[in-house]
Design a protein around this ligand. Structure first.
Ligand code: SF4
Length: 225
């Protein structure tokens, strides 16, 4: 782990990609607000994470809500679902008998209209793959499951060029996120930013105002002494 490194939750990468200001409001200011998009995504994930966390089938074992981490990238998170598919050419998995191919399945509500998957969904799953491959010493497959279409999309992570592309994208996002976390500033709204689906729109003050909940609390607490 690098000296100035800071652990990043994989799910925050999507927040940063959507809007760096949103990421900072959530991670620096500890702001939070829900809207219909957030509730819909939460309901989909509740279906996965509630109830039994392990299922055994004839050809595979499925574990839900699996904790992941990777020290080199200093990232962590929870995968919706990891499938261990029986395969004599697969890898050994501690506490399981036999050899397995490993698959990530991440649940998302809505696919894009004009292509198979959202880039931000793919980067999130790529970050999970970094963790899974290092934990189980494998080269896992990765799928997105879009609830609205009820179908799985295989991500093209067997292609070395795609791997290179996502690896450098992931590193550049993590680096930019760590700068925001280290400096503690809330970035201004991007000119091209689309805000229609953002649950934080009511909290997102005009860019000329530096809004900081912690600062406000400190000011109030200071005034009481
Ligand atoms: S309202 Fe717009 S600028 Fe503000 S956090 Fe949300 S997406 Fe970003």
């Amino acid at each position: 782990m690098k000296e100035d490194s800071r652990s990043i939750n994989i799910r925050a990468i999507q927040h940063y990609m959507y809007c760096p200001r949103r990421f900072a409001l959530l991670e620096v200011n500890d702001d939070w607000a829900e809207n219909s998009y957030v509730v819909k995504a939460n309901l989909l994930h509740e279906n996965v994470h509630d109830g039994e966390h392990e299922y055994a089938f004839r050809d595979k074992i499925v574990k839900n809500s699996v904790v992941l981490f990777n020290d080199e990238y200093d990232i962590f998170g929870i995968a919706d679902s990891i499938e261990f598919v029986r395969d004599p050419c697969g890898v050994l998995i501690p506490k399981l008998e036999g050899k397995f191919r490993v698959r990530i399945v991440e649940y998302k509500p809505k696919p894009p209209k004009d292509c198979d998957y959202h880039e931000s969904d793919a980067i999130q799953v790529f970050a999970q793959k970094i963790c899974v491959d290092s934990i189980w010493d494998c080269n896992c497959e990765a799928f997105l499951y879009y609830g609205e279409k009820r179908r799985r999309v295989l991500l093209p992570f067997s292609d070395p060029e795609v791997i290179d592309k996502y690896s450098s994208l992931l590193k550049s996002y993590l680096e930019a996120m760590r700068i925001v976390l280290k400096e503690g500033d809330i970035p201004t709204r991007r000119k091209s930013q689309r805000c229609a689906g953002c649950s934080l729109s009511d909290l997102c003050f005009p860019k000329s105002l530096r809004y900081n909940v912690r600062q406000k609390i400190c000011e109030i607490a200071g005034g009481e002494h």
